[in-house]
Design a protein around this ligand. Structure first.
Ligand SMILES: Cc1cc2nc3c(=O)[nH]c(=O)nc-3n(C[C@H](O)[C@H](O)[C@H](O)COP(=O)(O)OP(=O)(O)OC[C@H]3O[C@@H](n4cnc5c(N)ncnc54)[C@H](O)[C@@H]3O)c2cc1C
Length: 461
């Protein structure tokens, strides 16, 4: 297809419609064009799309009645559900999620941390605690106190103090989480935004590894790697595997602790699969540096109970073949919710440091603080080509994506539902690139497909 060949020659990414050129395919598989794949999937689907539309048109509107729970609103506007049967007494709080009260523990905590954190770095006023009461999600929990932290030593000192006083703490990097991960109604430990803190890095060798601190913006890490390649005139440019759409806002701490993914990294290039080493601060203030054999040896000795517990858990899970298979199956698909239980089956029980390191990834800061991460980076190939195919309905698009995954070696496939296609219909630039969007079937869905390679020839393989 001329359009894609031109795009390859220009070394840039673009969107085009399906054509006749062969898709990259797995060894032993017959090579097929985008048009063939699209045609196979489309055959017979138009009828189903029309039938579905007719069904939607004739269906009677239905009213579903759902009981709405009682809610209460606190001083700062935070809304919480009142459990059934519970009487709400204004001003009375229990020390549990959503019900923090000051029984002296917060005052004691503040007094202790104030010996090494100035009051300018502690916010407890209604305005700033309200501002930190949300992240990119639709949840709200206003912290009692926000503490801007500057370095690993401060975290090492704060965590045991918090433990001693029974004060829950939550870390916050850039606060772009979509499910309330960076919220608390207790103490929020914010990685300072001065641009200087937690921002050190070291590029190793040709850039195939990089050590970064948690306050670095993920996109900045990629720019550091690109500059390294240019400066040393290296043959390959590298980038970190995770590529969340928020890459120019989110920070490494959040990327590791959320095990963030993205359009292209899928489940194979996320932090879980590309992290080499990590520095962890535990709640007792201990630092484990998995890259340092002395640190690992000291940890295995000082935290024998914890290590034995992790090993016993992994042994139990691995002895259960059904559970092991279930975990493997679940983690082969995109899943960023909950702990990385795959760490319990992916490593032998005599590798407790590997298990602990991987359990930290995606733990949303509940197991400890990540003060440094070393990534095995992935190549940022200079040659890319994209295609956009419109299908009559989502089912057809999903079947096509399964074919693309199983029978070809394309790098990324992203689904666009009808609502997102509709957004593009009025955009002349988009419709001139993808004319099929205009007047598409009312149930239509699209697939954006991307191929990448070291050179133009790689895109034809
Ligand atoms: C427009 C938009 C697009 C997005 N696209 C994607 C996407 O494509 N893929 C995806 O996976 N996510 C996506 N996200 C969600 C989010 O941006 C990512 O998960 C991101 O990596 C979170 O990083 P953060 O710096 O904002 O972390 P935060 O939200 O500040 O924190 C995330 C979690 O990490 C913990 N944490 C932070 N720092 C540390 C640390 N040093 N040690 C231990 N725990 C720590 C926090 O306590 C919290 O639990 C998107 C969000 C937005 C708003």
């Amino acid at each position: 297809m001329d359009a894609i060949t031109n795009l390859q020659a220009q070394h840039r990414q673009a969107v085009t419609t399906a054509g006749d050129e062969a898709l990259p395919c797995k060894p032993g598989q017959p090579s097929r064009s985008l048009k063939q794949v699209a045609d196979d999937i489309l055959s017979g689907q138009q009828i189903r799309g029309q039938a579905a539309l007719a069904a939607v048109k004739t269906a009677e509107p239905q009213t579903i009645s759902v009981p709405v729970p009682a809610v209460k609103v606190d001083l700062y506007g935070a809304i919480s559900v009142v459990p059934e049967g519970q009487q709400v007494q204004e001003g009375v709080y229990k020390n549990m999620d959503g019900h923090r009260y000051e029984d002296g523990r917060y005052a004691a905590f503040v007094q202790e941390i104030s010996s090494f954190i100035s009051t300018e770095r502690q916010y407890s006023d209604p305005v700033r605690t309200f501002a930190y009461g949300t992240d990119a999600s639709f949840y709200r929990l206003n912290p009692k106190l926000v503490v801007k932290i500057h370095n690993e030593d401060e975290v090492r000192t704060i965590l045991p103090i918090a433990k001693k006083h029974g004060v829950p703490v939550t870390f916050r990097a850039a606060g772009t989480s979509l499910s309330g991960q960076a919220l608390t109604d207790s103490v929020l430990l914010k990685l300072s935004h001065t641009g200087k803190n937690f921002s050190n890095y070291q590029v190793h060798g040709d850039g195939s590894q990089i050590t970064v601190q948690p306050g670095l913006i993920a996109g900045e890490v990629n720019r550091i790697l690109a500059a390294h390649q240019r400066k040393h005139k290296l043959p390959v440019q590298y980038k970190i595997g995770p590529d969340p759409s928020s890459i120019d806002s989110c920070m490494i701490g959040g990327v590791v602790a959320n095990n963030s993914s993205g359009m292209c990294c899928g489940v194979s290039q996320n932090t879980y699969h590309t992290l080499k080493d990590m520095r962890i601060v535990l709640v007792d203030g201990t630092v484990l540096d998995t890259a340092d054999p002395a640190s690992c040896a000291a940890f295995l000795n000082s935290h024998r109970g914890l290590v034995d517990g992790v090993v016993a858990l992994a042994a139990r899970v691995q002895a259960d073949k059904e559970l092991t298979a279930l975990i493997r199956r679940k983690f082969a698909i995109k899943c960023t919710t909950g702990y990385s239980l795959n760490a319990l089956v992916d490593f032998p029980v005599d590798s407790p440091i590997e298990i602990i390191k991987h359990l930290m990834i995606g733990s949303e800061g509940t197991l400890g603080f990540v003060s440094q991460a070393t990534y095995n980076t992935v190549p940022e190939w200079p040659h890319k080509a994209s295609a956009f195919i419109v299908f009559p309905d989502v089912r057809a698009a999903c079947r096509a994506s399964a074919v693309l995954r199983n029978e070809t070696a394309v790098d990324a496939v992203e689904l666009f539902d009808r609502a997102s296609l509709r957004e593009c219909e009025a955009d002349d630039a988009m419709t001139s690139l993808v004319p099929d969007i205009k007047g598409a079937d009312p149930m239509a869905a699209g697939l954006l497909i991307e191929c990448r390679g070291a050179d133009a020839a790689a895109l034809q393989m």
